[in-house]
Design a protein around this ligand. Structure first.
Ligand SMILES: Cc1cc2nc3c(=O)[nH]c(=O)nc-3n(C[C@H](O)[C@H](O)[C@H](O)COP(=O)(O)OP(=O)(O)OC[C@H]3O[C@@H](n4cnc5c(N)ncnc54)[C@H](O)[C@@H]3O)c2cc1C
Length: 244
């Protein structure tokens, strides 16, 4: 097997999205270009007691003109890599290889459901940037982003998605909280319930001719896949990325 190219990326900017979550912007060093397809992930590398540790992180952006990428990550309790990244100061570097993965928009583009929870929004942000932020690549298709999280403080990139939805009538942004407080006026409950409701309002022939992209933890992915199969979607129309 040919040796993998190991890149070095420098952390340019980190933004706190919530108590547990960080948006990070990296510049890839010593290259003119860094190509990837929205939705792919990188394998980040670090040494721990003489052993090399690798963890996958979805790229949270579409390709920029410069060799750059964003990540969106959660601090996992007692987790090695997520804490290393969440504590990483601006200016520091990290090694990685990639891009990897097939969680990418399928061709031909169809009306699509983007279903995600927590930092599962990372690759979806890449899709949305690519489709709508710059030249409009949405081909007039309809896109629903159904985002679920526990609390209002963990609705990542809300302003960004609301801005895109305000400008593009074919992009629908739906947030649901499983533990919304008294002040929360929006939808409650799990993502699969709202995805089901949207699909049930569609004519049957349209419903089975969509793509569904799901990203996050396995129990959420399973619940959505089961529901989508019940509604008649084909297995190959349901594309997913598991974080655990
Ligand atoms: C393709 C892919 C893309 C991913 N993209 C992202 C991303 O964009 N953002 C992101 O935050 N994470 C992402 N992950 C998860 C990430 O790779 C790590 O698993 C996560 O950061 C935990 O690593 P750690 O070294 O901190 O924890 P570890 O030291 O590996 O684990 C510590 C403990 O946490 C548990 N645990 C492991 N992973 C998770 C998790 N994701 N959530 C809750 N508990 C966990 C383990 O069971 C263990 O008990 C992705 C995973 C995959 C496979």
């Amino acid at each position: 097997m040919p040796e993998r190219k190991i890149y070095i990326a420098q952390l340019k900017r980190a933004i706190r999205l919530s108590q547990q979550t960080r948006h990070m912007e990296f510049a890839v060093q010593d290259v003119d270009q860094f190509s990837f397809t929205p939705g792919q992930f990188l394998s980040l590398l670090a040494d721990k007691e003489g052993r090399e540790i690798t963890r996958a992180y979805s790229i949270a952006s579409a390709p920029y003109n410069n060799p750059q990428f964003d990540l969106c990550l959660n601090r996992v309790e007692n987790g090695f890599f997520s804490n290393l990244l969440c504590d990483m100061p601006e200016g520091e570097t990290i090694r990685f290889h990639g891009p990897h993965g097939l969680f990418t928009l399928r061709d031909p583009l169809k009306d699509s459901m983007f279903i995600c929870t927590g930092t599962g929004v990372a690759p979806i942000r890449g899709f949305v940037q690519w489709l709508f932020d710059g030249p409009d690549r949405s081909q007039g298709r309809e896109f629903w982003l159904v985002y679920g999280t526990r609390y209002e403080e963990s609705i990542y990139y809300r302003d960004y998605f609301e801005k895109i939805a305000a400008r593009h009538p074919n992009f629908h942004y739906i947030i649901t909280l499983s533990r919304g407080g008294k002040s929360w006026r929006g939808l409650q409950g799990y993502v699969q319930d709202h995805v089901r409701a949207i699909l049930e309002r569609m004519p049957a022939e349209k419903r089975v001719d969509i793509h569904a992209y799901i990203c996050g933890l396995n129990h959420m992915i399973k619940a959505n896949r089961t529901m989508l199969m019940e509604l008649g979607l084909e297995r190959k129309s349901v594309i997913y990325e598991r974080y655990d």
